[in-house]
Design a binder for this molecule. Sequence first.
Ligand SMILES: *Cc1c(COP(=O)(O)O)cnc(C)c1O
Length: 328
Amino acid sequence: MTYPATIAPALPTIADVLAAQARLDGTVVRTPVGEYPELDRATGATLVVKHENQQRTGAFKARGASNLLLGMSDAERARGVVAYSTGNHAQGVAYAARLTGTSCTIVMPDDPNPLKLRAVLDLGADVLLHGATFDDARAQATALARDSGARLVGAANEPDIIAGVGTLYLELFQQAPGLDVLVVPVGGGSGAAAASLVAAAVAPGTEVIGVQSAASPAAHDSWHTGTLAERANTTRAEGLAVGCGFEVTQAIMREHLADFVLVTDDQIAAAQRLYLTGARTVAEGAGAAALAAVLAAPGRFAGRRVGVVCTGGNASADELRRALGEER
Ligand SMILES: *Cc1c(COP(=O)(O)O)cnc(C)c1O
């Protein structure tokens, strides 16, 4: 894959992830890992769950956003930040803005998850509701940043975000050495890019696999075709609801990711249910996608030591009711 040199930012390295770990010390949680007999029984694998649902803001996004904002100069921060998001990136940026005293505007699609909207407002950010999808919100945020001089903080094409997210995986490989495989849910790709980058440096024996919803397969299709694909974007799992591939995360994933699979939204709901009943863990849809991928391919994972990242826990009551209601 080739990109115009003028617009491709430098790719982050393991040195950037180590620098992020030092910078983030004390501002984000070193989240625990858990092992659960019920999950092992259901999958036939030996699972290690990394609990980013217990991260500040309830999702891993706080890591990347905090690293980016802490790395900005005072002059840059004085102009403020703008972000667009269906929820967790918004909370991550709002959290980092409060941490650094930076003014922050978040553009969300109309009809956001009410839990995530309230959380962003509670963090002190200004919120603008605009458009039906993530992609509409992106266009509005881009225009706002251009007109105001604020820094537009994307969720994917941002080396400092990817480096910050990489700290999750440095922790995981220390907490759970000897993983045969690690499964990471993908929306824009910062998580899987970071995971595969860190694995290549510190756990080269661990295979990293990305998973996205079949109802929003843009990153998956971009990776498999080697182009930046645009695709339908209808998944219920907000964290995975992205309609196009991004150059920086795709470039890293093309270099380091072992495979990229799809699961259905119903398989994701079944994994949310298993997290609730088998691990007393609240996972939002995106947070359960890695477990869904393991449940969907027992032949591939059985007998192996498998890391799954529970990337977030910000599920609405409706979402949890639906997951439990699909029990049969
Ligand atoms: C953002 C998000 C994802 C996807 O991460 P990307 O870095 O965008 O690929 C997965 N799970 C949750 C809970 C998220 O918030």
